[in-house]
Design a protein around this ligand. Structure first.
Ligand SMILES: *[C@@H]1O[C@H](CO)[C@@H](O)[C@H](O)[C@H]1NC(C)=O
Ligand SMILES: *[C@@H]1O[C@H](CO)[C@@H](O)[C@H](O)[C@H]1NC(C)=O
Ligand SMILES: *[C@@H]1O[C@H](CO)[C@@H](O)[C@H](O)[C@H]1NC(C)=O
Ligand SMILES: *[C@@H]1O[C@H](CO)[C@@H](O)[C@H](O)[C@H]1NC(C)=O
Ligand SMILES: *[C@@H]1O[C@H](CO)[C@@H](O)[C@H](O)[C@H]1NC(C)=O
Ligand SMILES: *[C@@H]1O[C@H](CO)[C@@H](O)[C@H](O)[C@H]1NC(C)=O
Length: 816
């Protein structure tokens, strides 16, 4: 009884604000809605995100947060609330703006029209149909034919083979703009139909073909159980759809503006939308990550590529450095005599290769499938089409196989054609065969060498990349994926077994060696000392983050190598070593004229600004000093050792591992005394470096006997007496730009102020160095008097348990 009352009440309420059906002559204005029968969906005008523009959309009525599933005028927004939705006598839906101009309309294929009406169904499908029509799905027009970014239960993603109409998913531009964005999911009908994810026209991933239970790239256990999944492929249409088993559970799939597929779920009880966690990004999902004829598998968090049995890397050295995209090719090309000498190797738990160039038959059984593959010498693999009930149907691949991976569970069987030799059937190989094999091997090596030099030449010409792309169809570029891991043996060889003659120096965290790879590339290999490390996992994550830092004033990390307990970092090699090697050297200092020095100062400032503010990570260097500023072949500056300080010295939130290190002279008072640091500690170190570069004097060695001042005090005294140009390195006195010199000294003094709050941040520093406005006046710097009793060794350890909120919020890395 109560229930019925409730329903009546509900109906009454709805009648006031919303319509059930829209007929010609009626209209829906901004603020009004059309509601589906059971009140699950409504259609009306809305503004996405923070935008003020109005769009006609369909959304779930009773779920939070607000969830739009379809937008009509996604490319043509309304500027204000004057929009109206109408349907005319011809069954055309139209959105009119305030001046009765049609800004969007549905177009319909000609059908018999008879009192058309528009209605929103409880599936979220907005349809136009003949008023008297009682048939279930005889629509003149339906929004399900024009999906936006949301894949709803009952929607058919695919293609109508009769009309050619294609239903694809496409992301929004961003949260505020539903216009078509970069990403899409489409069906590809070549070979056996497959679903691909695209960024523009580039394939980013492949869900692949349907195997009767699931997509080959997404095994059944990865799909929610509360739904049934169906893939239909006949003469009329190809599509994929899913339907709920239980109508009170809602589940949708959205392609987000950033290109991720996101699944959401909620129930009619809770009405609160939850994201289904999909786990971390799985690099093996990147299309063709491993190149041709090679299988991707996840080794912890790291992808690893492995050639198929009987195949070998085309470029073994690249392969050993985890550059996999060139792929593998057959080791002993089978000498095909109707397949007598060949067999098949079975892989289990596989994602099948790209089927766009494969052949299939729905009638063949597995045995016939194998036989017919064996007979055709260009057939390289076979698999069942449908894996239900032991397998039926057949597909063959010819030539290269692309985009395979293994799953820890799920997946399917793939049979690769392999010469019997590779399968271990030694009976086939006699003496004569051995000779042949040697011949073939030498041939293969020669071929590889020739191809390799060919590629090197092509690469020089910039052609190789185009070739690769053509060959492997838009392989996702390696750099975007993760940090290459280097093989220990390769590094040992490159550095002459870490010989002392190759030692470049000893950094804070371990020795650094120069290495040369066989291809001539030079590297700097840092072996981290064992006692300066935290957990391996955390370390890996940290390094992965740091590889994302890209700036021309930061030394580039090329890769890492983890061997048992030991970790090595591989950096680009800097032929001109470090800044201290130049400015404090009697003869080399002359090579750095004022112009160069000014450029170096600017470079350090920009690199530091990037670390502090522009990079997504916000990193405090904590050990900035002249020996950490490296110089490239042009004597341009690059900061090294950034971001590792925290990684290597433990978690700041724990008191017992609470040690921080720095170098005396470059440390500001709050750090040296209390061990507290913020981005302003780096600013202090920067100031010291600037004064060192200008004066050519070492902070730790300079002392002014008359006043007992150190370099900072000396600079301050000269500046306050208006004699700051006297600080300039003698070798520069003749040729310099006095205004720039004075500016640098003043900026340097501002950076070494006692209180962190008095020091400028790096963005102001960059502006101050380049601008010509008046600079603030520095006060007396910190540590200006020569201090006795400072420990002789380079590092000083302190404890810090104090962080001001400002300091904590200044860095994400530190705050964790
Ligand atoms: C919408 O904008 C037009 C002109 O831009 C204006 O004439 C009209 O009054 C506006 N309507 C509303 C409801 O704000
Ligand atoms: C309606 O659209 C037309 C054409 O796009 C435009 O010129 C006009 O200003 C719009 N009117 C309103 C009220 O937005
Ligand atoms: C738009 O059309 C409606 C109905 O046809 C009419 O009442 C209204 O005055 C028109 N508005 C404009 C700006 O032409
Ligand atoms: C609808 O319009 C679009 C573009 O205006 C056109 O490409 C498409 O073929 C039309 N569809 C039908 C069914 O008329
Ligand atoms: C690649 O590494 C493997 C094992 O680490 C080694 O056996 C092989 O010789 C290496 N190949 C090259 C070309 O360095
Ligand atoms: C092998 O298969 C390919 C691709 O289907 C076909 O073009 C070729 O004719 C076949 N060769 C033989 C000998 O059957």
């Amino acid at each position: 009884m109560l229930f019925i009352l409730f329903i009546i009440l509900l109906l009454c309420v709805r009648n006031i604000t919303s319509l059930d059906i829209l007929a010609p002559g009626e209209s829906i204005r901004d603020g009004e809605t059309l509601v589906s029968n059971e009140g699950i969906f409504e259609v009306g005008f809305f503004s996405p995100g923070t935008s003020k523009n109005r769009y006609l959309g369909i959304w779930y009525k009773n779920v939070s947060p607000f969830t739009v599933v379809w937008v009509a005028n996604r490319e043509t927004s309304l500027q204000n609330n004057s929009g109206v939705l109408k349907v005319n006598e011809k069954g055309v839906l139209a959105i009119l703006n305030g001046s009765n101009r049609t800004i969007w309309s549905s177009n319909i294929s000609y059908k018999e029209i008879n009192n058309p009406v528009a209605q929103l169904l409880d599936s979220g499908n907005l349809v136009v149909k003949n008023g008297q029509d009682r048939e279930e799905d005889n629509f003149l027009w339906q929004s399900f034919d024009y999906p936006c970014d949301t894949f709803l239960p009952g929607m058919k993603l695919g293609r109508n083979l009769v009309t050619g109409q294609e239903r694809t998913l496409s992301s929004w531009k961003n949260e505020d703009d539903p216009a078509k964005g970069e990403y899409s999911i489409k069906i590809d009908l070549r070979g056996y139909p497959q679903y691909f994810g695209f960024k523009g026209s580039i394939i980013t991933y492949r869900a692949g073909s349907w195997n009767g239970k699931a997509f080959t790239g997404y095994p059944i256990h990865q799909l929610p159980e509360k739904y049934t999944y169906e893939f239909v492929f006949n003469e009329k249409e190809v599509y994929y759809e899913y339907k709920p088993r239980d109508k009170s559970v809602f589940y949708i799939y959205k392609l987000t503006p950033l290109g991720f597929g996101q699944r959401y779920v909620w129930t009619s009880e809770t009405g609160s939308r939850k994201v289904i966690p999909t786990g971390g990004a799985d690099p093996c999902e990147n299309y063709a990550l491993c190149g041709a004829n090679s299988i991707c598998n996840m080794d912890g968090n790291v992808p690893k590529c492995e050639c198929l049995k009987g195949y070998a890397p085309i470029f073994p050295q690249q392969w050993n450095m985890s550059y996999w995209s060139s792929g593998c090719d057959p080791r002993n090309k089978p000498k095909c005599k109707n397949g007598i000498t060949d067999g098949f190797f079975r892989y289990t738990n596989m994602k099948l290769p790209d089927t766009s160039l494969s052949w299939f038959s729905t009638t063949m059984n597995t045995e016939e499938c194998q036989k017919s593959c064996l007979k055709n010498c260009s057939c390289t693999a076979y698999a069942s089409l449908d894996i239900r009930s032991g397998g039926s149907g057949c597909q063959h691949w010819f030539g290269d196989m692309i985009d395979m991976r293994t799953f820890s569970k799920g997946g399917q069987d793939l049979y690769i054609r392999v010469p019997a030799l590779e399968l271990g059937h030694l009976s086939v190989s006699g003496n004569g065969n051995k000779k042949k094999i040697i011949g073939i091997t030498i041939g293969a090596i020669l071929f590889t060498l020739i191809m390799w030099s060919f590629i090197v030449i092509l690469k020089k010409l910039g052609v190789a990349r185009a070739c690769y792309r053509k060959h492997y169809q838009n392989i996702l570029r390696k750099e975007e994926i993760d940090l290459p891991t280097f093989d220990f043996a390769i590094l040992a060889k490159a550095t002459g077994n870490f010989s002392s003659s190759n030692k470049l120096g000893e950094g804070g965290f371990g020795p650094v060696y120069k290495g040369i790879l066989i291809n001539g590339q030079e590297l700097a290999v840092k072996r981290l000392s064992k006692n300066s490390r935290q957990g391996l996992e955390e370390f890996k994550n940290e390094v992965l983050l740091i590889t994302k830092l890209q700036h021309r004033n930061l030394v580039k990390l090329l890769g890492c190598c983890i061997r048992g307990e030991e970790i090595m970092l591989i950096y680009e090699y800097m032929p001109n070593r470090s800044l201290d090697y130049f400015i404090f050297d009697e003869s080399k200092r002359k090579l750095l004229n004022w112009l160069k020095r000014f450029k170096i100062i600017g470079g350090i400032a920009r690199g530091l600004l990037y670390l502090h503010q522009d990079s997504r990570l916000r990193i405090i260097h904590r050990d900035l000093k002249t020996s950490n500023i490296l110089l490239d072949a042009n004597l341009d500056s690059k900061i090294s050792d950034f971001g590792l300080a925290r990684t290597l010295l433990g978690d700041q939130t724990e008191a017992n591992t609470n040690k921080v290190s720095g170098t005396y002279g470059y440390m500001p008072p709050e750090y040296a005394v209390r061990g507290c640091f913020s981005i302003k500690s780096d600013v202090f170190s920067f100031g010291v470096i600037v004064l060192e570069i200008v004066s050519g004097k070492k902070i730790r060695e300079f002392s002014d006997p008359e006043h007992c001042h150190n370099l900072l005090g000396h600079a301050w005294r000269l500046w306050s007496e208006g004699r700051q140009l006297e600080l300039l390195d003698e070798v520069l006195r003749e040729r310099s730009t006095p205004s720039e010199v004075m500016r640098c000294i003043q900026v340097g003094l501002l950076c070494v102020q006692q209180k962190p709050g008095d020091r400028p941040d790096m963005s102001s520093v960059v502006l101050m160095l380049n601008g010509d406005k008046l600079l603030p006046k520095p006060k007396v710097p910190a540590f200006y008097i020569e201090t006795d009793g400072i420990p002789e060794n380079d590092t000083l350890l302190a404890k810090c348990t104090l962080f001001s909120p400002e300091e904590v919020s200044n860095t994400i890395l530190e705050a964790r």
